[in-house]
Write a protein that binds this ligand. Structure first.
Ligand SMILES: NC(=O)c1ccc[n+]([C@@H]2O[C@H](COP(=O)([O-])OP(=O)(O)OC[C@H]3O[C@@H](n4cnc5c(N)ncnc54)[C@H](OP(=O)(O)O)[C@@H]3O)[C@@H](O)[C@H]2O)c1
Length: 295
C-alpha cells in the first residue's frame, strides 16, 4: 500500500491515479471527502485528515510501503514558516511513529539554502527535519518553477491580452510540468531505488524565458503577439494582498521572486538526462489552451 498526501492536488492526484492504473493499493489523504471521491471510486482508501492531525496521518501511513509527502501552500497563513514547520513536524512524527521506511518528499529548487529563498526556506527546514529520521530512506524531490503557475494567468490573458510577470521577461528559468514530477515520483516509490537521504532536482525539458512562455501560450490560444507585461514587486505585493494572501505569504513570495530575478534561486545540478523531464512549454500550452477555451 502507498500513502499519498495532497492527493487532490496537481502532483498527488496524478501519483494516486498512476498507482491505481497499475492495480496497486493506495491510501489517499486530503481534507475534502468530495474531492477525494473520484479516487475512492477507483478503489483508493480515502482518508479525510488535516496534515496537522498527527494521529490521523500516523494511522494513514501505517503499513505503507512508501509515502509521498508535501507541505501544501496556505495563502492566508499568518506566519508562513511557522505554518510550514507545524505541518512538517506533524508529517515527520507520523513517519517516525508509523514505521514507514521509504519517503518521497516534495521540496523545491533552492531548498539547500536556509535563508533568502522566501517560501522555499520552509522546505529547507523540512528536508533537515526528515534527514534526522533514523532508518528511513528519504528522497527529496527539488523541482523547479511549475508550468501550472501560468494557469493563474487565464483571466489576465482573457481580459487584458497579456501575460503579467514578476519574473524578468528575458531571464531563462527551468520550468516543469507537474505531471512529469508525478511520473518521476511514481517510478521512485514503486522501484524503491533510493537509500539514505538523497536529493534530486527536476528541471523540465529546458530553460525558458517568460517571453518564450508568452510565444508558446499565444500560439496555442491563437493570439498573435501575446506580450509580457513586467510587473514590479510593489504591484505584485498589492495584487497578492488584494487577492487575500497574508502579509507573511506575500513577503515570502516577494523574497523568492527577488531571488529568481537575481539568479540566487537556481539549480545546483548540471542539466542531464536524469534531471530533465519531457513536457515542453509548447505541450503544456496546448493543455492551457483547452482550459482557456472552457473559461
Ligand atoms: N509552484 C511552484 O512553482 C513550486 C515549485 C517547487 C515546489 N513547489 C511545492 O509544491 C507544493 C504544491 O504541490 P501541488 O501543486 O502538487 O499541490 P496543490 O495542487 O497546491 O494541492 C495541495 C494539496 O494538498 C492538500 N492540502 C492542502 N492543505 C492541506 C492540509 N492542511 N492538510 C491536508 N491536506 C492539505 C490539498 O487538498 P485539500 O485542500 O482538499 O485538503 C491538495 O490535495 C507547494 O506547496 C511547494 O511546496 C511548488
Amino acid at each position: 500500500m502507498y500513502a499519498i498526501c495532497g492527493a487532490t492536488g496537481n502532483i498527488g492526484r496524478i501519483i494516486a491515479e498512476r498507482l491505481l492504473d497499475q492495480g496497486r493499493k493506495v491510501r489517499v489523504i486530503g481534507r475534502n471527502a468530495k474531492k477525494l471521491q473520484p479516487l475512492a471510486d477507483r478503489g483508493a482508501d480515502a482518508i479525510v485528515a488535516d496534515l496537522t492531525d498527527t494521529k490521523a496521518i500516523t494511522k494513514a501511513f501505517t503499513g505503507a510501503t512508501a509515502v509521498y509527502v508535501l507541505i501544501p501552500p496556505n495563502m492566508t497563513a499568518k506566519d508562513v514558516r511557522k505554518y510550514q514547520n507545524r505541518i512538517g513536524e506533524s508529517i515527520t512524527t507520523a513517519i517516525k511513529n508509523s514505521g514507514v521506511r521509504h519517503v518521497v518528499n516534495l521540496s523545491s529548487v533552492g531548498a539547500h539554502k536556509s535563508e533568502g529563498m522566501g517560501i522555499v526556506n520552509g522546505l529547507y527546514d523540512q528536508e533537515q527535519r526528515l534527514n534526522k529520521l533514523e532508518g528511513v530512506n528519504v528522497l527529496h524531490l527539488r523541482p523547479s518553477f511549475f508550468m501550472e503557475n501560468h494557469l493563474w494567468q487565464l483571466n489576465t490573458i482573457k481580459e487584458h491580452g497579456m501575460l503579467a510577470s514578476t519574473m524578468k521577461a528575458d531571464t531563462p528559468v527551468a520550468q516543469i510540468a507537474t505531471a512529469d514530477i508525478a511520473e518521476f515520483a511514481v517510478k521512485r516509490i514503486t522501484d524503491l531505488d533510493f537509500t539514505g537521504k538523497v536529493t534530486r532536482e527536476l528541471l523540465g525539458p529546458n530553460d525558458v524565458t517568460m517571453t518564450d512562455v508568452a510565444t508558446a501560450i499565444g500560439t496555442a490560444i491563437g493570439t498573435k503577439n501575446l506580450n509580457v507585461q513586467q510587473v514590479s514587486l510593489d504591484d505584485t505585493r498589492k495584487h497578492m494582498l488584494g487577492m487575500g494572501a497574508s502579509e507573511s505569504v506575500v513577503d515570502s513570495m516577494i523574497e523568492l521572486y527577488e531571488a529568481v530575478n537575481k539568479g540566487t534561486w537556481s539549480p545546483t545540478e548540471q542539466r542531464r538526462p536524469e534531471n530533465t523531464t519531457p513536457t515542453t512549454i509548447e505541450a503544456f500550452s496546448r493543455t492551457f489552451s483547452t482550459l482557456y477555451e472552457k473559461q
